[in-house]
Design a protein around this ligand. Structure first.
Ligand code: BES
Ligand code: MN
Ligand code: MN
Length: 456
């Protein structure tokens, strides 16, 4: 792989320009207004995979957005790496908080600013370029397959059926994903866990229509007040979640493992400063690093109802709504948590209101063993290009399909991401460092080299 540094140096402008072209297509999977753009992005990804030299490139339909597939089989007796990524992005709202338009990428201070720059177009595209370089030099050490989906940001609802249907086509020995972060550019890490997710929407109804808040106020239950009471009661004074049975399946992490985890560098003052927080806050008895990795959460993502327009309207509203998500840890199960949530919500709701609880998407938590060949290969690859062994670290986010790769395909996933937590994914002004992009392209081929060597 000696060609990597030289080639990347020569080709970097093209690699960056190509990524910027991909970032110009607004592939927002959540918003029907962008439907055509999402399909167009799939075609663009397919074209880039073909150009990189992959065979059998196809845009495979699903009941939702398509999955792009490609492969290079060099020898059936060698191991096969399946690369997974997603070409869809989160909505860019609120647009007014962006310093430059989200779908007109710009480079500033060595970073590419655009929605999807890091999550996950930039990280996915590193694989396309790494494969291109390996194929160009006839240096691909094993077989590779690649799938890029368009529904990750809305829960990967059709991908489970897809991998079941194409089980044979996707047969592999390991899945490789770049959709997570490292600790810092001089502190590489490999992600060894993901949290699961259970996302619910609730509707609370008081009277059957909006009312005059003077004529009726005092005798009629206000659904917004009721919803606020319920939400306030989802956690106790120690920020422990009160949902009956919520912690029953939580696998407690050993003190030894927690000690190791807390040795990872974390500067709480810098964290507070970066987020302009008066203080951090979380479940009693755990550190912020633990709050965002090994502990489950409940958070309101949005809440609405009543009058929120200009000026003041005296109204006693009929309805109140909220979107509430729970991050899950091993061995919690999203379906079971959804049931517990609904039962608890109904139990604590004041009897004077009606409630409706609807589950959105879910996903299961994941842990990656650090004593595996997969992990070792990733760690060696990072050590090679960063000059420093990576720290294993659990991630707080979710990638719903990863648990299913293990269930359906029977393989482990390596989460070798190159982003930074400060890249503002899902936020205004998302960006991806050019250093990170190029370092990813350089590191990925070594994973193939070391994985193949360790396996054969
Ligand atoms: N790439 C993220 C997940 C992530 C980010 C994991 C950083 C670890 C560190 C992914 O695109 C994402 O945002 N997932 C969603 C899943 C959901 C929409 C089902 C999430 O975590 O909210
Ligand atoms: Mn992602
Ligand atoms: Mn995301």
């Amino acid at each position: 792989m000696d060609f990597l540094r030289h080639d990347i140096d020569i080709e970097k402008d093209r690699f960056i320009a190509e990524l910027m072209d991909l970032l110009r297509i607004p592939s927002v999977s959540a918003d029907p207004a962008f439907r055509e753009d999402v399909f167009r992005t799939a075609d663009a990804v397919a074209a880039s995979m073909k150009a990189a030299g992959l065979d059998k490139v196809e845009v495979l339909p699903t009941p939702g957005f398509p999955v792009v597939f490609g492969e290079k089989i060099i020898d059936n007796t060698l191991p096969t790496v399946l690369v997974y990524g997603h070409y869809d992005v989160q909505p860019a709202d609120p647009y007014e908080l962006w310093h430059s338009p989200p779908f007109e990428p710009v480079i500033k201070d060595g970073k590419i600013y655009a929605r999807g720059a890091c999550d996950d177009k930039g990280q996915m595209y590193m694989h396309v370029k790494a494969i291109e370089l390996m194929l160009k030099h006839n240096a691909l050490p094993c077989n590779v397959k690649m799938i890029v989906e368009g529904e990750e940001e809305v829960g990967s609802n059709h991908l489970g059926d897809f991998i079941n249907e194409y089980k044979e086509k996707l047969k592999c020995d390991v899945v490789l994903v770049s959709d997570t972060s490292i600790i810092a550019n001089d502190l590489p890490s490999v992600t060894v866990g993901l949290r699961g997710l259970c996302y619910m929407e609730v509707e609370v109804t008081g009277p059957n229509r909006d009312l005059h808040s003077g004529v009726y106020g005092g005798a009629v239950p206000n659904p917004i007040n009721a919803l606020c009471e319920i939400i306030a009661n989802l956690k106790d004074e120690n920020d422990h979640i009160t949902i009956d049975g919520f912690y029953d399946d939580v696998l407690e992490v050993s003190l030894e493992e927690r000690k190791a985890m807390n040795e990872a560098p974390f500067d709480v003052d810098a964290y507070k400063k970066d987020l302009a927080l008066a203080d951090v806050r979380g479940e009693k008895g755990y550190t912020p690093l633990e709050h965002t990795s090994i502990r489950p959460t409940v958070d309101v993502n949005g809440i609405w109802g009543g009058y929120t327009g200009e000026g003041a309207k005296t109204v006693l509203p009929s309805k109140a709504f909220a979107k509430i998500s729970m991050r899950l840890v091993p061995n919690q199960q999203s379906d079971k948590i959804a049931e517990l949530f609904e039962a608890h919500f109904r139990k604590i709701a004041p009897k004077s209101v009606h409630v409706k609880v609807t589950p959105h998407h879910g996903g299961e938590p994941v842990v990656v063993p650090t004593d595996s060949i997969e992990y070792k290969a990733a760690a060696m690859a990072m050590e090679k290009t960063y000059g420093k062994a990576p720290i294993p670290q659990r991630g707080g986010g979710s990638i719903p399909i990863v648990a299913l790769f293990e269930q359906v395909l029977g393989v482990k996933t390596v989460l070798m991401g190159f982003g930074l937590d400060s890249d503002d994914i899902h936020s205004p002004n998302e960006h991806y460092g050019i250093f990170n992009y190029l370092k990813g392209i350089e590191t990925i081929p070594y994973f193939y080299e070391y994985y193949t060597a360790l396996r054969t």
